[in-house]
Design a protein. Sequence first.
Length: 434
Amino acid sequence: MVRRLALLTLASLALACAGKQATEGSAAAERPVELAPVRIGNVAVDLPPVLCGPEDDDLPAACDAMASHPQQFQFIDDVCRIKRQPIDDERDFSCMNAASSADMTLENGRVVHYKPATEPVTFDDDLREAIPESIKVSVILVRRVDGVPHYRYVSNGTADQIFQTWSASKFMAIASAASTLRAKSQGAIGLDATVDQVPLGDLVTIVHSYDERHYSSNSLAKWFHDVGGRPKINDLIHGWLARPTTETLGGNYGPGYVGLGLTFRDAAGHAVTVPRDPGYAYENHVSTHTMAEFLKRLVMHREDGATRLPNLEWSDVRTLLYGADSTRWFENRPGGMSADRSVYLQLHDFDNIVKRSQGHFRIFSKSGMGWAQYVHAGYACFPSLDAEGRAIPDQGREAIISVRVDTPAGYVENDRIMARTYKTILRMVMDGKI
């Protein structure tokens, strides 16, 4: 009862930031939160400090629905239900952007160069003036030159700083599990298979959507590590991605056991059983650089063969991004990384983005949050199409963004800080400032 009171008080404070009165509502149980201890009367409760964002931050106002969802937050959970989906569900979609060259002239007249995936990665510090160093950020910008992706890496000087990823790294655990399944089955079995008659793609959707009617997101992510192997994913960070040994990955995401088996079957009757990983957990401590690069390589699986995750196939990536081809539980609903509830990538000029793309945009993302620390990794394809549906050269935008927000301001304000950060970055991307 005390916890319920604390969480309802949190929702009331969130609404007060927008000048609204909270109404009594039932406490949602979709996401447990850990909050800073304070006291109400003589009883110790969990309640964070709440600092209202500036009135001129141009973010959507808090909505009445927040009062009845006190364990959720406005932008990471899309409590106000503003998220929009593309008009098509083409699962083999490739971003319809085209660039005339690997060079781009920015708004200020500066010419910047994009490089293919085979060249060494270097970061420009173009975000240093726009994003404070208290926020960790990496942005990978994409230009498709004659169909070949070229990349430019931008940060504010924090790209290689290491942190706890919370749930934002779960997509990595799923990809690693798919790679292990392919290796153990000589390529026959992947994420398009089933386990205990459940499509793996539906389990991927649960991890990202937090629709936990059947299993919890945390316990499933832990199970995907059981399948993929914790030492294996940790080695991927250092080998495949060539990241420093100070970064580690392979930690569990909380208590719970899903009870799923480890025998996998595909539609053709092939089957493979993998041994359960013994469970030694590595800390999930990586950088925004690593998270953005991991996601970039998955999304660009077809285009950049040299950087593909070993053994992974496009059908595995497609399932990760969209969920099961033949779903058991999520018919006519977004699946996979498309089902992430956050709206951080839809806060800048989105009506215009939808119009210019004629609805043929794509967003894939994964959010994480704990102790008022927010982590996010997302991909956005925002093309600009002509009347015939063809890409207008040099007008579309494509980016992979990873951000970590960790300030003393508390859950509500840190959610707004993340939202403002993404809005700022996307405004700079869309306006040609970076």
